[in-house]
Design a protein around this ligand. Structure first.
Ligand SMILES: Cc1cc2ncn([C@H]3O[C@H](COP(=O)(O)O)[C@@H](O)[C@H]3O)c2cc1C
Ligand SMILES: O=C(O)c1cccnc1
Length: 361
């Protein structure tokens, strides 16, 4: 049995009994019923994740940033040079990126994992090496990776989640770094939702109008060249899903999909970041439909494909601040909201215990 098979087999639906208990408890707390809006749903979901009411506080919390490079960069789909991936990895390890600042603000640890950066990062201290290859092949000319490589990158994510949970973490946040990865994200989202590439593709780090049209064409070509040009080709079954991921994904997408599966198998919530995480979550849910229940959508990115992915997954984003950075920044910002939602379940008195009169029925 592969690590992926064992992980998928360990994923159960979120617990309906704990969720019903949590919903009942919400209604007994000293507040008008439903007055905490979406936060009540978050608390109920976390009860289902942990199969416990109240659920444990989502801390300690760990961010994992998965970094990789993309052959499709050669098509001119990003205004930034590919070397920025490796340079930003060094920046994460040195504590100098926005993700580090937000992580410090919310008390999250930061783990940086090289799953496929195009340069040798072994000399960089503080980077975990789970490198599958030195970047993917160009997805607009053929498969970005082999099925074996996709499986290896998925396993890297599963192992990272397993290590972080074994170290005592009770909440995981996904992060990404990979110049040109919004192109692979668009291709995955288009492929797994059946939506046209034009509605799944965004401007990433800020391409101009001409480059944006070209980027949509590249995504279209990627789907066609890999045999997904026809509508209704949404993959079903593990081998088909792995082949689709291998065809148009990135190593960090595969790793984040594995990270989600690893969190779900351990009954630990995974707060998703932006469009890269959204694309990866589609892959995770295609491999194990129950995994989506373990995810909280941290935010909605400015990338149009992100909303498409979240709608397909049935996830409602908690924060909408027009962020378009990645790294885990949107997931980190949502963590205090998730914590507050759960703390309510622990700390707030019930009408009975506090002697507060309930409204007349
Ligand atoms: C300095 C810098 C820091 C970043 N941190 C995250 N990204 C984000 O932007 C990249 C995707 O955008 P595109 O597909 O347009 O290349 C990814 O690396 C993503 O993590 C960054 C990008 C840059 C330039
Ligand atoms: O949605 C994101 O996370 C995102 C958007 C643009 C560039 N990088 C990441």
């Amino acid at each position: 049995m592969t690590l992926l098979d064992a992980t998928v087999a360990a994923i159960w639906p979120v617990d309906p009994v704990a969720m019903a208990e949590a919903r009942t408890r919400q209604d007994r707390l000293t507040k008008p019923r439903g007055s905490l809006g979406v936060l009540e749903d978050v608390a109920v979901r976390l009860a289902g994740v942990a199969a416990a009411c109240p659920p444990p506080m989502p801390s300690p919390v760990a961010l994992a940033i998965f970094a990789a490079d993309h052959g499709v960069h050669a098509q001119g789909v990003s205004p930034w040079p590919q070397e920025v991936t490796a340079q930003m990895v060094a920046n994460f390890a040195a504590g100098g990126a926005v993700a580090n600042a937000f992580a410090a603000q919310v008390g999250a640890s930061v783990t940086v994992v090289d799953v496929g950066v195009a340069t040798d990062l072994t000399p960089v201290p503080g980077v975990v090496s789970r490198k599958v290859a030195y970047g993917t092949a160009d997805l607009s000319e053929g498969p970005a990776m082999t099925r074996e490589q996709a499986l290896e990158a998925l396993s890297a994510g599963i192992r990272t989640a397993g290590d972080l949970v074994a170290a005592g973490n009770r909440c995981l946040i996904s992060g990404d770094m990979g110049i040109a990865n919004t192109t692979a994200s668009a291709a995955l989202i288009s492929l797994f939702t059946g939506r046209d590439p034009a509605s799944a593709t965004g401007r990433g780090t800020g391409v101009d109008d001409a480059m944006y049209q070209h980027k949509i064409d590249v995504v279209r070509r990627a789907l066609a060249v890999n045999g997904y040009g026809e509508a209704g080709a949404v993959p079903q079954g593990q081998d088909s899903v792995l082949d689709a991921l291998a065809a148009v994904g990135g190593f960090e997408h595969a790793a984040i999909a594995g990270f989600i599966l690893g969190g779900a198998a351990a009954r630990v919530p995974v707060i998703l970041d932006g469009v890269i995480a959204g694309a990866a979550a589609l892959v995770a849910a295609a491999l194990a439909p129950d995994a989506a229940g373990y995810c909280v959508a941290g935010h909605r990115s400015a990338e149009p494909g992100h909303a498409v992915a979240l709608a397909h997954l049935g996830l409602r984003p908690l924060v909408d601040l027009e962020l378009r950075l990645g790294e885990g920044t949107g997931g980190l910002l949502a963590h205090p909201l998730v914590s507050a939602a759960v703390r309510v379940m622990h700390d707030v008195a019930t009408f009975d215990s506090a002697g507060v009169a309930d409204k007349e029925r």
